[in-house]
Structures are given as structure tokens and as C-alpha cells.
Write a protein of this length. Structure first.
Length: 456
């Protein structure tokens, strides 16, 4: 791929040789199939090629994107001119050595080799399974696979080619109590493995049954209670409530957060350990180099309850006198890279799942997710399934709930972490208008005391 664009890349990087400059070129091909109820609403296969340039002048960046590859040198000149209007006092240091390599995609069962008709037949089967239940009002099914090839090159001599193949699928069954639509479903994803969307009949049937069970399920009243989160919802919690606060661009621009989020501060019990890292292999947030050409890493964020690290681009690391972590990412060539999570996990504790439940006399078991959001240290996210816990046993089904609160108080209220870590790859992250960025998150079961829950 690099050879196809070699002359254009070199011409772009030769502009004003004394300045630091970057160029990214991308080739993308994607397939998307979507169902709404009985109707197959969308089948599309799309492809595009484009790129972007970035230049640093007197500590300020200039950025330009383009769809016409032949304009790359002109766009670099434009980036240089735009940079003259910005001044962020960023002192970029030259790499000690350059990197020249080409990295193939992670592939298990290649979705690009599966016929479109086979993909449609598979989804038709799942749709028919859902709609065969008489109490079901409809379903939502979305499948997509994406093949993305990226070239990164800069004036330091780096030339890095990476390719990623993603598979994602969301399936939900919808019921109704006459007043509102109720749903139960799941999201899955993988890095280069179509097999994750095969043989899902049991999961589809279970989701359908759960959707029906919600019709007669009662709503809870708003209350503060003990909750046990399954691996999926706990993964969403660590991503939404803590992960975004670990992104250094959210911290160094906010004096209040800089004061609160000091390295060495205690935020949880000794069994709480949180990690982010694109270098964790074979997940949707995995890569070897970020979109600034920085090698990926595995970054400890909390160790034994103490804040020990955060996620950085080159610029945020320089401004905070810390080390780059390889977390500068862009959703596409239309955007400049910003600090983003990759694969974010709460690590295994020493309890078993059974012990968490046995020690819980009264509370809620919340599972799966239907989204979440944060505003600095305040968070809200929604469960997809909720069950009452009485005397250590899971009892009746209730309607999904929202969980909300202050992150710092909530982290300290985690009083049990199981040893059954699982990773969810079915979601995407949004920030700064860039969504959905491929990420993974995961956790063991965790128990949190004094959590505010309300009807979903």
C-alpha cells in the first residue's frame, strides 16, 4: 500500500523541511446489514480513500483532510499555514530512531471471504427466531464488518502501515406492555473473526424470552442500594465513569480535575486494579502504533486502589511531564487524533462470583447495558437486565434501571471483586464528535454499596 502513495507522501513531507509534519492515508471498505422488525432496511457495501496532514509551527497544530489523494502536498502547505494561527506551547521532540514496518491484520475467520448472501441468510435466521415468539413486537439487528488500512508517515522518518478488520453485531428483541417498548439483546464484536456472529441461536432465544419476561416485570422505586454488576455492565462502568477521566486531555485543561486526579491519590480499596492498553492483543481496541506513530503500551491506571497513571498523546504527556502511552487516536482521516481509551479493564480480584452473592442480603443484580455517559466525575448508565437479590439469591426480574453517582465515592464503595474477568467487544466510544471508535472493556463481577438506582 505504501508504494502506491510513496511519491505523494514524500512530496508532502518535504514541505518546509525545518517543521515537524505528519500524514495519514486510509483505505476503508465496509459492509453493513440492518433489520428493523420484519424489514431489511439497509444493505450497503462502501469504500473510500482519503487522508490528512498535520503540521506543527511555534507550538501550534494545523490540520487538513482530503478525499483527493493527489492534493496531499497542497494540503500539507495548508496545514502549515493554519498552524501559524495556533499557539499551544507544545515542544515536539524528534524521535531517536525512525520506524519502517507493515503490520498485517489479526484474522481468525475472515469476514471478507464470506459471501454477502451467507451473511444475510444468517441474520434472517436470527430475525425469524425472534419474531416467531407471539409476544414480540419487533427486533433490531445490525451487522457490520470493516476493513481499514492506514499509513502513517512523518518528517522524523517513520513509515508505519497497519490494517484492521472489525466485525460487530447488535441483536435485540422488542416487546411492549402497551405503554412502552421493552427490549433485551446483546452486542458482540471481534478483531477479524466472523465466527463470533455464527451459532447464536441460543443467545437469540434467551434474549427473546427475557424481552417477554419484562412485560410483567415491576419497576423499582428510586433508592440507594447494593448492586452487583456483571462483567459487561462493570466494563461499561469502568469505561464511562473512570476511563474518560483517565484521558489526559480531560485533565490538564481542567484545574479542578488536575487537583483531584493527582498521581498517588487513593481512590479505592486494595483489591481495585484498573488497566488500559492497546498492547493487550487481539481485541478491538488493540494496535501496535497509535495515530501519532507512538508505540502502544499497557498502562496501569489504578494499582491497589491508588491512581498511578493516565492515558496520553505526545502533547499531553509533554505538557504534564509524563510519558506518552500511545493513546492518540482518530476515528478516521477526517479528524485529528485525540486522547482515547483502547482496552480498559478492571482486573480480577480474589473473590468468587458466588461469594459476592452469598454476602449480599438485599440488593440488585444488574446485567448488560444500554448506554452510558459522564460529565467529569458524575456518571449515569443503564442496565439491560435487572434482578432482585434476597439473602444471597437472585429472585424476581424487574425492569432495567439507571445507575448514577459520583465516580470517586463509587470507587471507594466497591467492596467485592470476583475472579471471572470477561471482555466485551461489542461497543464503540464517542468523544469530541468522533464516534464510534473501536474499543473493548471488561471486568469481573463487582459489588458496589450505596449505589443510587432509578427506573430505567
Amino acid at each position: 500500500m505504501y508504494s502506491d502513495y510513496k511519491n505523494l507522501i514524500e512530496d508532502a513531507l518535504l514541505k518546509n523541511p525545518k517543521l515537524y509534519k505528519e500524514i495519514r492515508i486510509e483505505e476503508n471498505t465496509s459492509t453493513r446489514i440492518q433489520y428493523k422488525g420484519k424489514t431489511r432496511e439497509n444493505i450497503s457495501i462502501s469504500s473510500n480513500v482519503g487522508g490528512c496532514t498535520r503540521a506543527l509551527v511555534n507550538g501550534g497544530w494545523g490540520f487538513s483532510s482530503f478525499n483527493d489523494i493527489t492534493k496531499a502536498p497542497n494540503k500539507m502547505s495548508e496545514s502549515i499555514e493554519l498552524a501559524k494561527f495556533n499557539n499551544n506551547n507544545y515542544n515536539h521532540s524528534k524521535n531517536l530512531s525512525d520506524t519502517k514496518l507493515s503490520l498485517p491484520p489479526t484474522i481468525k475467520k475472515d469476514p471478507r471471504k464470506i459471501k454477502l448472501s451467507e451473511k444475510i441468510d444468517l441474520l434472517e435466521n436470527y430475525k425469524n427466531l425472534i419474531l416467531s415468539e407471539k409476544n414480540i413486537q419487533g427486533c433490531d439487528i445490525v451487522y457490520a464488518d470493516i476493513d481499514k488500512k492506514i499509513i502513517f508517515a512523518d518528517s522524523n522518518g517513520n513509515e508505519i502501515q497497519q490494517e484492521f478488520v472489525h466485525v460487530i453485531c447488535r441483536i435485540s428483541a422488542n416487546s411492549s406492555d402497551g405503554n412502552e417498548i421493552l427490549q433485551s439483546g446483546f452486542s458482540i464484536g471481534s478483531l477479524g473473526d466472523f465466527s463470533i456472529v455464527e451459532n447464536l441461536e441460543d443467545e437469540v432465544i434467551q434474549s427473546t424470552k427475557k424481552a417477554v419476561s419484562l412485560i410483567k416485570a415491576p419497576k423499582i422505586t428510586g433508592e440507594e442500594t447494593t448492586v452487583i454488576l456483571d462483567q459487561i455492565l462493570a466494563g461499561v462502568f469502568v469505561h464511562e465513569a473512570f476511563g474518560h477521566l483517565s484521558e489526559a486531555d480531560n485533565v490538564y485543561e481542567n484545574n479542578r480535575l488536575k487537583e483531584i486526579l493527582k498521581l498517588g491519590e487513593k481512590f479505592g480499596n486494595r483489591d481495585l486494579n484498573i488497566t488500559d492498553g492497546a498492547k493487550i492483543p487481539d481485541l478491538r481496541g488493540s494496535y501496535a502504533f497509535d495515530d501519532e506513530g507512538t508505540p502502544s503500551s499497557i498502562t496501569p491506571l489504578i494499582r491497589e486502589g491508588v491512581l498511578v497513571g493516565r492515558l496520553h498523546s505526545k502533547e499531553t504527556a509533554e505538557k504534564m511531564s509524563e510519558t506518552p502511552t500511545g493513546n492518540a487516536r482518530a476515528i478516521s482521516y477526517g479528524f485529528s487524533p485525540i486522547v482515547r481509551m483502547t482496552n480498559t479493564i478492571i482486573e480480577n480480584g480474589e473473590n468468587s462470583k458466588e461469594e459476592l452473592f452469598e454476602d449480599t442480603k438485599d440488593g440488585l443484580y444488574v446485567k448488560n447495558w444500554y448506554g452510558g455517559m459522564t460529565e467529569h466525575e458524575m456518571f449515569t448508565f443503564a442496565s439491560a437486565e435487572t434482578y432482585k437479590i434476597k439473602n444471597g439469591k437472585v429472585t424476581e426480574t424487574v425492569r432495567p434501571v439507571k445507575l448514577s453517582g459520583n465516580l470517586f465515592k463509587t470507587l471507594k464503595n466497591i467492596d467485592g471483586i470476583a475472579n471471572d474477568l470477561e471482555i466485551n467487544q461489542g461497543g464503540g466510544c464517542g468523544k469530541g464528535g468522533q464516534s464510534p471508535l473501536p474499543v473493548s472493556n471488561g471486568s469481573p463481577h463487582i459489588r458496589i454499596n450505596k449505589t443510587l438506582v432509578s427506573p430505567g
